[in-house]
Design a protein around this ligand. Structure first.
Ligand code: SER
Length: 886
């Protein structure tokens, strides 16, 4: 049975049992506790907790899920996927255990002719939470399961929660026995490979606190109602119903393996090692594409990092299969073809997806090339000291600077016969993570941990935001923190965080920088330098008490710095215009990937499937948006429903979670965007937008930077002054400058070339002096010296040959050294008479190479080479001298 059919039957089964079909949520939900959506219930969490009334009593969904916790198991077991689809049915205070068990049993064992999956009931086993007698009784009653196929397990296996405080409950899992050839008898408690879990029924009834009931801690409360949350692993059911060996060989995944077979010329099924690589590729290609489809781009943190890791593991696995050409875009195509029937956004957004994977692959291949050089040097250095372990510091540098995954370093080191000091590597990684964490925390949350802010939020509710219309307002201090600790009062000089019941201050969000300003009380002043929203709903003013003593419950006049706000608003409106201009010129696949709205300047990042934007196009965009400024359009901001906004064609950001009510910022047909930021009233207020640059910031993402308003004008004006002064100096008209400069550069280049030649000639002319200074070493004329500055390469060889000629028929040895840039090259030449005495140039090299860390060789008459230690030249000369004596 094909996967699409399995999914169809699931939906049909539950829809006909009164469930509302709900589309899969994006993999990216605005839940700070989750990197990716990893279960069907995530989008329903507020209904379980009673935070929002459920719009339906029963629901069913096929949820896309990503779990990367077991990434190292992928390909090695039969059942680990980083991307999978979870089919689920949900009851919000409607049916409970009996309903869940009955629905699941009927679908699993119902005959295929009647729309079920047709699993043999005699091969079904279930597990239940250790004390859940009720579930045991129901399995007997509903399914007629015998005692021996119902197993009790403790919380670790049969209690489910989201891994963080929130809803949870005991669960009951359904397993299918694949047969004795796959493992030991004794049910799931004995062998989870032979007995494969296909469905988890969670009896959602508890609120879990900081510690999970999984580990025996009691729940801290009960949910308002008893609910059901189930999750059936679609790939697992597919693997059983399709009679294949594992989840990677199911109909939607296996085609990627076939594509990898074509690339590599190797066959899947021929060797275990290669098979694991094929499966890693197939699994990761799917998760990578699905994640990019939901708007993530590769980066070095958070989701972007997970994505980067997945993509790089594919490239790496392909290389281990002997493929050196780019593969990702081709694998992505296969994934699109398999998955687009269910997820049409993969079809429509494919250009963008392909651009992202291609850019990432190029970057990684470059990494591999430059990193390999560093790696080789590190290996050489290690071997030179006679050690067999590559220092952890080198492995860390490779990882940190060159993005070399540690497994790559390990593998390459093994190939070079070395081990890696992994303990040291781990210590360095941990230190780096700690630094990053401390940084991120200090940036986002300030000193306090989230709970301090949550306490304020619980006690006083959200901060009312007045800043769309007011820049000054009366308010009351409802929260006051010093060093992250709640405090009743703070005095002059102290750094504080102040929460007001209402505020005109804009907290940094959506790329818009925070307002600055002052909070003025009857007997104090607080200067506000930053405003953040560490927990949703709360606005925290950060700053310093510059006068008097501020205390809780004080009344204040909150005054926003108007100049700064106006400049930021101009930039924000400017960003919308740039966005609209870029989309107009490049098409809808140019999607916003980030932005910054600061006083007088803006940054707009977007994914660009077609690479760099040409200067001409950029100029046209700039022209167009400046003419929109001149039209002086009115900017309207209004709230509306999400549906209405969609109908209006408002632009929305990938991966952003919007509620049902949204705010639209509207400049007529030219630009209409969902946005919570502040803007100018009319486009004319901006005055002018000057684009400064456009460039890549990696991974298919481009960045436009621009100046806005007076800053733009001042920039243009300063450039004008610059051009005028250059024109003056060069005695040319401004429009002649490019040509004039080009011709100057060319003349300079020719002059340098001539100079170089004169220098070399002069150096060569030193041959006479060098030959005259030959010293006699046991009857051999030795010329061993540093070559004159500037002589290298061919010139060094000619100089040595010239000196040799001048030594005539005498036995003579010429050794010239040319140090440059921390290295040293050398040439050794011998006269015929010296060779008759057995002095061969090539054989002399080892005699003096040691002190300069050098290597080299050649023929009896001429040898050359190089070393890494220029400081050792005089020792090398001395060594050569004593070698001749010996
Ligand atoms: N939430 C449960 C799970 O993820 C069942 O859907 O297993």
């Amino acid at each position: 049975m094909q996967t699409h059919e399995i999914v169809r039957r699931f939906s049909q089964h539950f829809v006909s049992a009164g469930h509302t079909p709900v589309p899969s949520a994006s993999l990216i939900l605005d839940d700070p506790t989750l990197l990716f959506v990893n279960a069907g219930m995530v989008q329903f969490k507020p209904y379980f907790l009673g935070d929002a009334p459920p719009p339906y009593p029963r629901a069913t969904s096929i949820q896309k899920c990503v779990r990367t916790g077991d990434i190292d198991e992928v390909g090695k077991t039969t059942r680990h996927n980083t991307f999978f689809q979870m089919a689920g049915n949900f009851s919000f205070g409607d049916y409970f255990k009996e309903g869940a068990i009955t629905h699941a049993w009927n679908l699993v064992t119902g005959s295929q002719d009647a729309g079920g999956y047709g699993f043999d009931p005699d091969r079904i086993w279930v597990t239940v939470y250790e004390t859940d007698d009720e579930a045991i009784a129901l399995w007997k009653k509903v399914a007629g399961l015998p005692d021996e196929r119902i197993q009790r397990r403790d919380g670790l296996d049969n209690y489910w929660d989201m891994g963080v405080p929130g809803p949870g409950g005991p669960c009951s899992e359904i397993y299918y026995d694949r047969g004795p050839e796959f493992g030991k008898d004794g049910g799931p408690v004995v062998d989870e490979d032979r007995y494969l879990e296909i469905w988890n029924l969670v009896f959602m009834q508890d609120v879990r606190g900081a510690d999970s009931p999984k580990y025996g801690h009691p729940p801290i409360g009960t949910l308002p109602k008893k609910n059901i949350d189930t999750g059936m692993g679609v790939e697992r059911v597919a693997y059983l119903l399709q009679g294949v060996e594992n989840v990677y060989e199911t109909d939607l995944v296996r085609p990627v393996i076939s594509r990898a077979e074509e690339f590599s010329g190797r066959r899947y099924g021929a060797s275990h090692e290669d098979d694991v690589r094929f499966r890693v590729i197939a699994d990761h290609a799917r998760s990578g594409v699905m994640i990019i489809g939901d708007g993530v781009t590769p980066s070095n943190e958070g989701r972007g990092y997970v994505l980067r890791r997945l993509l790089r593991r594919i490239v790496r696995s392909a290389r281990l299969l002997g493929v050196n050409e780019p593969v990702l875009a081709s694998f992505a195509e296969v994934v699109r073809d398999e998955m687009a029937p269910t997820y049409p956004e993969l079809e429509s957004g494919f250009e963008r997806i392909a651009a992202v994977v291609t850019a990432e692959e190029e970057a990684f291949l470059q990494t591999l090339t430059s990193g390999s050089r560093i790696f080789d040097t590190a290996v050489a250095a290690t071997k030179k000291t006679g050690k067999l372990v590559l220092p952890g510091d080198d492995a860390f540098q490779l990882h940190d600077t060159y993005g070399f995954p540690i497994d790559l370093t390990l593998e390459m080191a093994a190939e070079a016969g070395l081990q890696v000091d992994q303990d040291r590597f781990r210590v360095l990684m941990q230190e780096q993570r700690d630094r990053a964490k401390a940084d991120a925390k200090a940036r986002k949350v300030g000193h306090g941990d989230g709970s301090v802010y949550r306490t304020v939020l619980d006690a006083h509710g959200s901060t009312e935001f007045l800043g769309y219309t007011l820049l000054e307002a009366e308010a009351t201090v409802v929260g006051l923190l010093v060093d992250g600790v709640a405090t009743p009062a703070a005095t002059t000089g102290q750094k504080v965080e102040v929460v007001l019941d209402r505020t005109p201050f804009y907290a940094e969000a959506g790329g818009q920088q925070a307002d600055h300003g002052v909070l003025r009380g009857a007997s104090f002043v607080v200067r506000v330098d930053d405003v953040q929203s560490p927990v949703p709903g709360l606005r925290v003013h950060r700053g310093v008490v510059t006068d008097g003593e501020v205390s809780l419950d004080s009344s204040v006049i909150a005054e926003v710095d108007r100049g700064r706000r106006a400049a930021i608003s101009r930039a924000h409106t400017g960003t919308h215009l740039v966005h609209a201009g870029v989309r107009g010129a490049l098409g809808t696949s140019a999607a916003q990937a980030g932005s910054l709205n600061a006083p007088g300047r803006l940054r707009f990042d977007f994914t660009s499937p077609s690479g760099a934007v040409s200067p001409t196009t950029l100029g046209e965009i700039e022209d167009e948006i400046n003419s929109v400024l001149q039209e002086n359009r009115e900017i309207q901001a209004y709230e509306t429903s999400m549906d209405e906004a969609r109908k209006l064609g408002a632009m929305m950001l990938f991966g952003e979670k919007y509620g049902d009510r949204v705010r639209v910022v509207d400049m007529g047909e030219y630009s209409r965007e969902l946005c919570g930021g502040t803007h100018v009233g009319r486009t004319g207020e901006i005055g002018m937008i000057k684009v400064l640059s456009e460039g890549s910031i990696g991974s298919g993402v481009r960045r436009v930077e621009a100046l806005v308003g007076l800053d733009a004008f001042r920039h243009v004006s300063a450039e004008h002054v610059l051009v005028t002064s250059l024109a003056d100096q060069l005695k040319a008209k401004p429009e002649e400058l490019p040509e004039r400069v080009a011709s100057l550069v060319e003349r300079l280049r020719l002059a340098e070339r001539d100079l170089e030649k004169v220098r070399a000639d002069a150096a060569l002319a030193s041959a006479g002096t060098l030959a005259a200074a030959a010293e006699d070493v046991d009857g051999v004329a030795l010329v061993a010296a540093e070559a004159p500055a500037g002589v290298s390469g061919n010139d060094l060889r000619s100089l040595a040959a010239d000196v040799r000629t001048r030594l005539g028929s005498r036995p003579g040895v010429v050794a010239l050294f040319a140090p440059a840039d921390g290295k040293v090259s050398f040439v050794v030449a011998t006269t015929a008479a010296a060779r008759d005495r057995g002095l061969a140039a090539g054989k002399l090299v080892p005699a003096f190479a040691g002190p300069i860390g050098g290597r080299g060789g050649g023929k009896p008459d001429l040898a050359q080479g190089g070393g890494t230690d220029p400081a050792g030249v005089s020792d090398a000369i001395a060594a050569l001298r004593s070698a001749l004596r010996g």
